[in-house]
Write a protein that binds this ligand. Structure first.
Ligand code: SF4
Length: 74
């Protein structure tokens, strides 16, 4: 399993994560920040576990994020 971690409060709403992985990321209509679908909030972080084969797509989302607030661990 991999773990995707999003420091949502620092999101600038650029949409790059959604472009990399529309299945797991969506822009919020409420505050214009992205949301990691089905993630669990822990403090300021939103965390989602995914199977190993999802790594490349999430790593791409992390790489594309201009403010480096997406982390992918495996
Ligand atoms: S790529 Fe980063 S800054 Fe841009 S919407 Fe996604 S989390 Fe927010």
């Amino acid at each position: 399993m991999i773990k995707v971690i999003h420091l949502r409060q620092k999101c600038i709403g650029c949409n790059a994560c959604v472009e990399a992985s529309p299945e797991h990321w969506v822009m919020s209509g409420n505050d214009g920040k992205s949301h990691l679908k089905k993630s669990e909030q822990k403090g300021n972080y939103f965390i989602l576990s995914l199977p190993d084969w999802e790594y490349d797509e999430q790593a791409q989302a992390a790489k594309n994020c201009p403010v480096n607030i997406i982390q992918v661990n495996r």
